[in-house]
Design a protein around this ligand. Structure first.
Ligand code: HEM
Length: 207
């Protein structure tokens, strides 16, 4: 449950929080959804338009939004490795058998050396190719949110698919407004939850 439910739930909370601060990004997502939505009919006045996994597969900008959130708010904020044999890191640090290495994914996502001068900005465009039609290749040892190597997250594709369908359906049907007066803080633990949760108001969009 921790691997599959808490990671996805936590990421969705941070996504809706970030999107509420960036209405221009919400508009770009809705533009990307528009051709799919125009082929779907919501049954009844209050009915929702629901996006299916196959329909959101090709949505490149939505995936960039997802990855940008995971870069800044990785739900598994630390990775722990145990040294199997004495070694010397490329940095020159000496490691002894049995030592524990803690890697902060949260810090890695905010390092200027890895992501450039705007590393603290929420900018999904950094994931897009120059023509904006596909995602840039970013190696998993740089973007470690799903881990890297033989113990990479087995549920990565399912997680991406689940989150894309939830974001698409929510944003197409509702305006999401974050309630004022909340203290938004991360709670450092094995999952990067929002300490006080996130209260939002959903307003049905007129379409
Ligand atoms: C936002 C969503 C998710 C993120 C960021 C994420 C991240 C991770 C990370 C960092 C690990 C490596 C943990 C470690 O060994 O230290 C991991 C492992 C794993 N994840 Fe995910 N995960 C997500 C969703 C899911 C989902 C939805 C499933 C199942 C449907 C899943 C199944 C697994 C499994 C089975 C492993 C263990 C793989 C192994 O050790 O061989 N994850 N995940």
């Amino acid at each position: 449950m921790l691997a599959a439910r808490d990671t996805v739930g936590t990421t969705l909370t941070w996504i809706f929080y970030n999107l509420a601060q960036n209405p221009n990004i919400v508009s770009i997502i809705r533009n990307e959804l528009s051709p799919i939505a125009s082929n779907k009919v919501a049954a009844g006045v209050d009915a929702m338009v629901i996006f299916e996994p196959d329909e959101t597969k090709s949505l490149v900008y939505l995936k960039a939004v997802l990855y940008e959130t995971l870069r800044l708010y990785p739900p598994a904020p630390f990775e722990r490795k145990t040294v199997a044999a004495d070694d010397i890191m490329p940095s020159g640090h000496e490691l002894g058998t049995g030592d524990t290495i803690l890697i902060s994914l949260h810090s890695m996502g905010r390092m200027e050396g890895l992501w450039g001068k705007d590393c603290l900005n929420y900018n999904p465009d950094r994931w897009l190719s120059e023509d904006g039609n596909k995602l840039k290749y970013v190696p998993s040892h740089k973007f470690l949110a799903f881990n890297s190597g033989p113990r990479i997250c087995l549920g990565k594709d399912i997680a991406v698919m689940q989150m894309k369908t939830v974001i698409a359906s929510t944003l197409w049907n509702f305006d999401v407004e974050v309630m004022e007066g909340q203290s938004i803080q991360a709670k450092p633990s094995c999952i990067l939850e929002m300490k006080n949760g996130l209260m939002v108001k959903l307003k049905k969009r007129g379409m």
